[in-house]
Structure formats: structure tokens, C-alpha cells
Design a protein around this ligand. Structure first.
Ligand code: BG6
Length: 498
């Protein structure tokens, strides 16, 4: 039976426009997320979803495309005929050629074609290539649909490097105020990532340990089993550093390393994250050679099935793009000086797992002489996906007489077990935050630019270095050099805990 609507129905209605309405992101993530929010009763009756794309579809044809997408990407147990019909009736599609003024006038007419159009908050979600962001914003301005309540949502990547990110930010900022601009990094919408803030700052026991005195190092891994699939053209221009590290991994690092804000508010968290980005140790060309590893997948076996190499996925050889990055960095501030942060991410790895591991120092003194087994450094694994939760590794005494036998044990918090609820997809939270005008979990302009400022020397060095990405077989944990990056410091990558 369809669930009763939640009591938190939004008072404001909205015209939610998705530019790129037939694209992969819209069909796989945005529309399923909006469907779920509708199911929970969070979309007012006259809330409309407008799809804009270059495809010639009328409303019914787009609804049918979306119906198929929902059947694919929404759990069958959450699909109810009545809810589906209600959701699909909200959908309208407009074919738009960005160069054609008539099409923009048609878009204007569509926005006006509702009772009291001035009551609806207008959200413009740009799920298109970043080079179009500025031009679309200017057109929206020209046709007079940007009022002070309008919002624009930008999908990453914001630019290709620092200069182009600044250009995009300036072009969008010429039309929308910063408070109206929502730059999505969907990792910030993941439950486990938000819980990181709560775990750190709503509990007292971790904070005294969360610094260079007690933490040996931090590892952040986002490993994927997928290849580049149909996104080869985009990906080959981006590579893992731009696609994952500059945004998702640095955002995770910020949440681990940031200072406690006075309260969790619109700017306070972003202020603290910015300070972390600004404290990252800048990389000289020699640092890049020493502290970064690039890889690219060759053919191999993933989950027992043969998969092609990156070049075969692309359809041509000769690319210098990396599909794997491992690197070592440091947050140069009072709390973290001297603590290495190791980051790695790759496609076509041996398993899908995103984890943050905080490895604590060894106990200062061993007081179990002659004990069987040994103390091991405590580790806190923050499991981001596929399972969400936390695991704290401790050393315990094995029960029984006959002296001390030390054994590793773990304290587990599984979200699924602790909270018997469906964990919403990151986009559900983020899209509702856009509608409510809450920017806390979005990247501010200065954050994006600070992240590019740190990333750019790596890109520049790689572009001129005679070295190429090192090959790793699909279905492995990346090139051996990634292991060496830690081994030379006397450390090893922690196996994912899931
Ligand atoms: C996207 C990247 O931002 O994040 C993709 O462009 C990547 O290449 C994806 O696969 C990973 O997201 P998630 O939520 O599946 O970890």
C-alpha cells in the first residue's frame, strides 16, 4: 500500500526545470529522487517538473521515457500506480535549441502557463556540459525568468581547471547572486557523509583524539568497479583527478579535517571546509612526481566477468588520461601538521567501496609482556558505500584462562541495522535543500576555486611529465606503485571493511 504522506509538505510550490532532461543524470538520479520526495508528500499539488532537451518529444513521450527510467532505477516496492500517475502528470517537455530565440520564448511561455506563475519558485538545474552554463544563464536572464527567488543548480565539473572554473563562476555569477547558486557535489548528500559531521561534533569522545597527537594517518578510498561506459568522451577529457579527486575526495577530506563550526549553518560549514582546502600542502613538480600515482585500467576480470581495457572502452588508443589516482597530501595547520592524508580512487577496481579510515597511533607503551598476539593500532572505518556505517577496530582479550591472548575485534554500527528505514539517495536530500534554499551542503564559489588551486599543479606536472599512467589490470586494486606510496612510509592501504 502506498505510504501516508509525511507531515512536512512544503508550503512553496516550484517549477523545477532540468536542462538535459533526457540525459543519463536526469533519468538515473534526478527524476527518481523527485519521485521519492513526491511519494513522501513533499511536492505540493501544483509542483511542475519541466524537462528541456534537444530531443523532439512531447509531454507524453517524455513521460513514457521517464516511466521506463523509474521502472529501472526505483525499487519495485516503491512504485505505486497512483503515485506514478500523479508524478508523471507533473512532467512537461520542451525541445530547445539554445541558439534559437524562438525556443527561449516558448520556454518563457511554458513557465508563465500556470495559475499565479509568480508564486512558484523557479529552479533551473543545468545537467549539461559546463561550457553551456554561462550561455544558458544569460538566456534565462534575457527572457526575464530570473527573479530573486530563482535558483540555479550546477552539476560538476565546474570548469576544467582554475581559469575555466573562474570563467564559469563569473558568467553564472553575472546573472545569479551567490546565494542563488547551488553547486552540487552529490557526495555531500550521502547519509554517511552527513553523519560524519554528527559523529565528530555531536559526540565528545572522538574530538580529543582527532589530531596529530593521536592520529597516525588518514586514508580515503573511493573505488569503483564500473568502467567509463558510454561516458568515454567526457571522461577522457577529465580523468580521475578532475572527475573524483578535485571534488568528491577533497570534500570528504574537508569533513574529516575541518574545525568544529559554531553551529551547522548556511555558511559556517563551508567557511571551515574552505580553510582546510587553503591549508592543503601545495605540490611542487617534485612533490607531484614523488607523491602521486596515476594508473589506467587494462583488460581484466571484474566480478568474474571479462572486461575490456580503457582504450577499448574508448574505441581508440593513445590517450594519456588516468582512470586511477593515489596521492599523499597534508593539511598544514595546528591540528594536522605531519599527518599524511592518502587518497585513492579508480575505475574497474576489484570491488566497489568508498571508505574513510582514520588510523590511530600505537598505544604509547606495551604492558602485556609475553601475551600471545599483539596490540594493533585502532582504526575507525567510516563506510560511505555500498554499506553505510562505521566500524571501530580495537584489541581485546580472548576469553579464557591461561594468560593474555590479544585479538582484534570490531565495534560495528550498520545504518541499515540501527535505523530500519530506506536510506534516501543523496540527490533526494540535495534537491529538497535547493528548493528550500539551504546551501549548506553545496560548494561555494571560493571552495571550488580553492580546490582547483590545489589540483592544478598536479595537472600541469602530469601534462608535461614524460611518464604515462601506469597500467593496472581491471579487477585489481590499482598499479603496484600505489601500494609503494604507503609502504615507503611504513604503512599499507587498509582493505575495505565491507
Ligand atoms: C560522479 C563521477 O561524480 O561520481 C563518476 O563523474 C562516478 O565518474 C560517480 O562514477 C560516483 O558516484 P557514486 O555515488 O556512485 O559513488
Amino acid at each position: 500500500m502506498e505510504p501516508a504522506p509525511a507531515p512536512n509538505v512544503l508550503p512553496e510550490t516550484c517549477d523545477f526545470t532540468v536542462f538535459g532532461g533526457t540525459g543519463d543524470l536526469a533519468l538515473r538520479k534526478l527524476l527518481p529522487a523527485l519521485y521519492h520526495r513526491d511519494l513522501e508528500g513533499q511536492l505540493p499539488a501544483d509542483y511542475r517538473i519541466l524537462g528541456v532537451s534537444m530531443t523532439d518529444l512531447d509531454d507524453d513521450a517524455w513521460r513514457s521515457v521517464v516511466r521506463t527510467a523509474l521502472a529501472t532505477y526505483v525499487d519495485a516496492a516503491d512504485l505505486y500506480d497512483g503515485a506514478l500517475d500523479r508524478f508523471l502528470a507533473r512532467l512537461h517537455h520542451l525541445m530547445l535549441d539554445a541558439e534559437n530565440p524562438d525556443d527561449w520564448h516558448r520556454f518563457h511561455a511554458l513557465l508563465k502557463d500556470r495559475p499565479h506563475p509568480e508564486d512558484a519558485v523557479r529552479v533551473f538545474y543545468l545537467a549539461v556540459a559546463p561550457k553551456l552554463f554561462g550561455a544558458i544563464c544569460r538566456r534565462l536572464d534575457e527572457i526575464g525568468v530570473v527573479d530573486e527567488r530563482a535558483r540555479v543548480v550546477l552539476e560538476k565539473p565546474i570548469g576544467h581547471d582554475l581559469a575555466s572554473a573562474r570563467e564559469v563562476n563569473a558568467a553564472v555569477g553575472g546573472v545569479f547572486d551567490e546565494a542563488q547558486i547551488f553547486r552540487i557535489d552529490h557526495y555531500l548528500g550521502k547519509e554517511s557523509v552527513q553523519n560524519l559531521l554528527v559523529t565528530r561534533f555531536a559526540n565528545a569522545f572522538l574530538e580529543p583524539l582527532w589530531n596529530s597527537r593521536w592520529v597516525d594517518h588518514v586514508q580515503i578510498t573511493v573505488s569503483e568497479t564500473v568502467g567509463v561506459g558510454g561516458r568515454g568522451e567526457y571522461y577522457d577529457n577529465a580523468g580521475a583527478l578532475r572527475d573524483m579527486v578535485q571534488n568528491h575526495l577533497l570534500q570528504l577530506l574537508c569533513l574529516v579535517a575541518m574545525e568544529p563550526p559554531t553551529y551547522v549553518g548556511r555558511e559556517t560549514v563551508r567557511d571551515e571546509k574552505l580553510k582546510v582546502l587553503q591549508a592543503l600542502k601545495p605540490m611542487s613538480p617534485a612533490d607531484v612526481d614523488h607523491d602521486t600515482v596515476r594508473g589506467r585500467y587494462g583488460a581484466g576480470l571484474v566480478d568474474g566477468a571479462p572486461v575490456p581495457s580503457y582504450s577499448d572502452d574508448l574505441g581508440h588508443g593513445g590517450s594519456r588520461t588516468e582512470t586511477f589516482v593515489a596521492l599523499k597530501t597534508e593539511v598544514q595547520n595546528w591540528r594536522w601538521a605531519g599527518v599524511p592524508f592518502y587518497l585513492r580512487t579508480g575505475k574497474r577496481m576489484d570491488h566497489r567501496a568508498s571508505e574513510i579510515v582514520v588510523v590511530f597511533k600505537e598505544p604509547p607503551h606495551s604492558m602485556f609482556p609475553g601475551a600471545e598476539g599483539a596490540t594493533a593500532p585502532n582504526r575507525l572505518h567510516i563506510l560511505v558505500q555500498p554499506d553505510e556505517g562505521m566500524r571501530l577496530h580495537l584489541t581485546a582479550k580472548e576469553p579464557g584462562p591461561g594468560g593474555y591472548r590479544l585479538r582484534p575485534v570490531s565495534l560495528d554500527l550498520s545504518y541499515a541495522a540501527a535505523f530500519d528505514v530506506r536510506l534516501p539517495d543523496a540527490y533526494e536530500r540535495l534537491l529538497m535543500d535547493v528548493i528550500k534554499g539551504n546551501p549548506t551542503l553545496f560548494m561555494r564559489r571560493d571552495e571550488v576555486e580553492a580546490a582547483w588551486t590545489w589540483t592544478e599543479p598536479i595537472l600541469q606536472r602530469w601534462a608535461t611529465s614524460p611518464d604515462r599512467p601506469k597500467r593496472y589490470a581491471a579487477g585489481t586494486d590499482g598499479p603496484p606503485a600505489a601500494a609503494t606510496l604507503l609502504e615507503r612510509d611504513g604503512r599499507t592501504w587498509q582493505e575495505p571493511d565491507q
